[in-house]
Each structure stands twice: as C-alpha cells, then as structure tokens.
Write a protein that binds this ligand. Structure first.
Ligand code: HEC
Length: 156
C-alpha cells in the first residue's frame, strides 16, 4: 500500500512537472509571449534564448571562474553538487561536456522556455521531477558560472 501511494505520488509529480512540457504553450501567461518567436528545432544544440554559438577561449579565465564560484555558492549549491551525484538537480561534473556554452547560458537565463521546449532540458526534468526555478542570473553571471563549471570540469 505504501508503495502504491508512493507510485501515485510520483505519477502526480511527473504530471505536475510535465505540465510545462505539454505543448499547450506558447502563449502561457507568465512568459513573455513575444520571446517565443524562435521555434526550437529539436536538434538545436544551443537551445533557446539569446545566446548562440558562444565562443570560449581554450584557457580558463580564473577571475571569471572565481566570480562564478560565488554565484554557485549563493544560488546553485543547494540543488547542484560538483560531482556527478544528483541532489535536487543533476551534478555538475561534465556538464560542460554534455552541453554547449550557449546551451548552458540559455538554460540558466531562460529556464522556463528551455524546460518548455528543449528536449535535453526536458529529459533532465523527467529524471529530476523538479522544475528548476528561475535564478534571475544576469548574462554576465551566466558567463561567470559557465567558467566555474569549466574549472570544475578540469579546464586550466
Ligand atoms: C531549487 C533547485 C535548483 C537550484 C537552486 C538550481 N538548479 Fe539548476 N537544475 C535543477 C533541476 C531540478 C535541474 C534539472 C532540470 C529540471 O528538472 O528543471 C537543473 C538543471 C540545471 C542545468 C542542466 C544540467 C544538465 O546536466 O544538463 C544547469 C546547467 C543548471 N541547472 C544550472 C544552475 C545554475 C547555474 C544554478 C544557480 C544559479 C542552478 N542551476 C540552481 C534545480 C536547481
């Protein structure tokens, strides 16, 4: 019986999370309808948002990474570990290898639209069952956090 309840609970969660993934969008009220003019082709590696094809130098920018680390400490560490272990969200190990720079920067600055339209973001949502809340990152902080992720992935 307990198991059944648990299952029912999970089903409810999936349903709740999946609400956004059902395409009754794009005129959903809390999102700027105007921003959804670009449809997301299923295979767009950069996702949806303002960032496209972001070029990153090979070498780590330690100053940016350090700023990114403080953003992580304040706004991300409650849900993301730096290892590959899942907390509320996926662990960040290899996150920069799974996704392009632009995808990550779009995800963290445009999370609602990404979760509503991007197949990779939706796949994570199905695993985590929690919609990542919008963290209101500036473009600059998105870049800083990305640099910190690169550092975490061993870039020197
Ligand atoms: C309340 C919990 C929570 C907080 C806080 C949070 N996230 Fe997330 N994050 C998630 C969840 C859950 C997912 C998986 C996608 C989904 O289900 O929404 C995720 C996914 C991600 C992904 C995609 C990971 C992958 O492997 O594809 C990135 C990148 C990310 N978050 C960055 C951030 C950054 C940067 C911050 C801080 C500024 C942050 N997150 C804060 C819960 C959180």
């Amino acid at each position: 019986m307990k198991k059944l309840l648990l299952l029912a609970g999970i089903a409810a969660l999936i349903y709740a999370c999946g609400g956004g993934t059902q395409q009754n969008d794009p005129a959903s009220d809390d999102q700027t309808g105007a921003a959804s003019t670009t449809p997301a082709p299923a295979d767009n590696p950069d996702g949806v948002g303002k960032f496209k094809d972001v070029q990153v130098p090979e070498k780590l920018d330690a100053a940016l990474a350090q700023k990114g680390e403080s953003v992580y400490d304040m706004k991300c560490s409650s849900c993301h570990k730096l290892s590959d272990e899942k907390l509320v969200g996926p662990g960040w190990k290899d996150v920069t290898k799974r996704n392009t720079a632009a995808w990550i920067m779009n995800f963290v600055t445009n999370v609602d639209e990404m979760l509503n339209t991007d197949p990779k973001a939706q796949a994570q949502l199905e695993i985590c069952l929690v919609r990542m809340p919008n963290q209101n990152l500036s473009d600059e902080d998105a870049r800083n956090v990305y640099e910190f992720m690169r550092k975490n992935d061993g870039v020197q």
